[in-house]
Design a protein around this ligand. Structure first.
Ligand SMILES: [Fe+2]
Length: 442
């Protein structure tokens, strides 16, 4: 009797936890779109990005697929056919699809959610199905919504017409510690554990944890700041061919890039725009909205190079003194607003030193939050990789076309970032919230 009461109450706890996880994810999505008109939701603001209403419909569609149809038993599709299938309809054509209006898409979202919650009541999360165990598939769907929230913010930074009125809830703090920007810290190398065995929230591409042999290296103690980047600019960084790779030079010439995206020059001062705020570039903040090619050219100018993703992860997670491995640079504690500039609601990067807790075991500041950091690594499967639960999340993208980014940005939700999280994009992309730090051989 006592035993069955206990079992029932742990089921109730799981149901309550999952219901709250999904509710909270949706509340944020709704908060981000509240300032938008119907027209803002419907139009394609840039060929690189979907209309916002497509993201919303796709969030509902993905949730329906995984939490009502694929939730147990056979997986029918990784992405269901239809207007919300990202492979059938690349972003540049999504503005021409027959998309729903605001009221209609909100109705679809809540109708799907109701069916998901009804189904949840009937499931056995302890039955051993790896999709359901510990509620993995629910964490996956929540994480998918978080990731689309960041994509929507990339779109809203590109928004046509009047600027997005960002619903700011927090200001970024002033620097509380001195970080020696530009200086480097040594990592001693060795056989270092990379990736994770986690099956509760991690994606298949983060698994398995495996040892990678690293030579000793040095890595910047902070992300490259706007001040450092301006020094590169003013030293002719964009016109010195020898600093750029062939592909990087070709991109720069074709794009006519002469500064990070969203920067403009007013006399001798650089200005930038973040959503609805325009002002002088703050020299203390990490540079944001640069391509891989720009990061690589800067590193060459500085006499350094970009870290590979294993060096990055070692510097963020590994303590050479104790051999311990951390989930976040600061340790195992879940993120709070004091830890790092994550979770969107500041709507901007913060000056280096603003988050005194955001320091890794070897002393690197700000590896999580503010801006994603480009690495020199192609996006590839780890040795022993096993696809789970569908190939279109990771496997479809493995290869030499994409570079790995690490660490998340101010626009990343905390449930979608950790030291082992791997993001990837084309080296020519910079509508993403992307910066970098440098490394060098020891
Ligand atoms: Fe998606």
């Amino acid at each position: 009797m006592a035993e069955s009461t206990e079992t029932r109450s742990s089921v109730d706890t799981d149901v309550a936890r999952i219901t709250e996880l999904l509710r909270e994810a949706r509340a944020r999505t709704i908060r981000l779109i509240e300032p938008l008109s119907d027209e803002d939701l419907r139009v394609q603001h840039d060929p690189l990005m979907s209309p916002i209403v497509w993201d919303l419909g796709h969030i509902a569609h993905f949730e329906e697929l995984w939490l009502t149809r694929n939730v147990h038993g056979k997986v029918e599709f990784g992405e269901m056919p239809g207007i919300y299938n990202p492979f059938e309809h690349p972003r540049r054509v999504r503005g021409a699809l027959d998309l729903p209006g605001r009221d209609e898409v909100l109705e679809i979202l809540s109708e799907v959610r109701q069916r998901v919650l009804d189904k949840l009541e009937t499931l056995d999360l302890e039955a051993g199905d790896p999709l359901l165990r510990d509620g993995y598939v629910y964490a996956m769907v929540a994480q998918h919504e978080y990731q689309h929230n960041e994509t929507m913010l990339q779109t809203l930074q590109l928004k046509r017409g009047s600027a997005y009125r960002a619903p700011r809830a927090f200001s970024v703090p002033d620097p509380a510690i001195q970080v020696a920007v530009g200086s480097m810290v040594r990592f001693p190398g060795g056989m270092i554990p990379i990736g994770t065995g986690d099956r509760r929230v991690a994606y298949d591409n983060e698994r398995p944890r495996h040892l990678v042999g690293l030579q000793p290296f040095r890595i910047d103690v902070s992300p490259v700041t706007n001040a450092q980047y301006i020094a590169f600019l003013e030293d002719g960084g964009y016109s010195r061919r020898e600093l750029w790779s062939e592909a990087g030079w070709a991109w720069k010439q074709a794009d006519e890039a002469s500064a990070p995206k969203y920067w403009s020059r007013d006399g001798t001062t650089w200005h930038t725009r973040v959503f609805d705020r325009t002002g002088p570039v703050d020299p203390r903040r990490p540079v944001c909205h640069v391509t891989y090619h720009e990061a690589e050219a800067f590193a060459r100018w500085a006499g350094k190079r970009l870290p590979n993703e294993f060096e990055w992860e070692a510097a963020a997670s590994f303590d050479p003194q104790t051999g311990a491995h951390r989930t976040f640079p600061w340790g195992e504690d879940p993120w709070t607003p004091a830890h790092a500039n994550l979770d969107q609601l500041t709507f901007e990067t913060a000056p280096v030193g603003a988050y005194p807790l955001n320091i890794s075991p070897i002393g690197c500041y700000g590896m999580i939050g503010d801006a994603w950091e480009w690495t020199s690594s192609d996006f590839r499967a780890y040795p022993g990789y096993e696809m789970f639960p569908y190939p279109e999340y990771s496997e479809t993208f493995f290869g030499s076309e994409y570079k790995v980014l690490r660490g998340g940005s101010f626009a990343t939700r905390p449930g979608a970032i950790r030291n082992t999280f791997r993001n990837w994009d084309y080296p020519i992309r910079r509508q993403i919230f992307s910066g970098f730090r440098c490394a060098s051989d020891d």
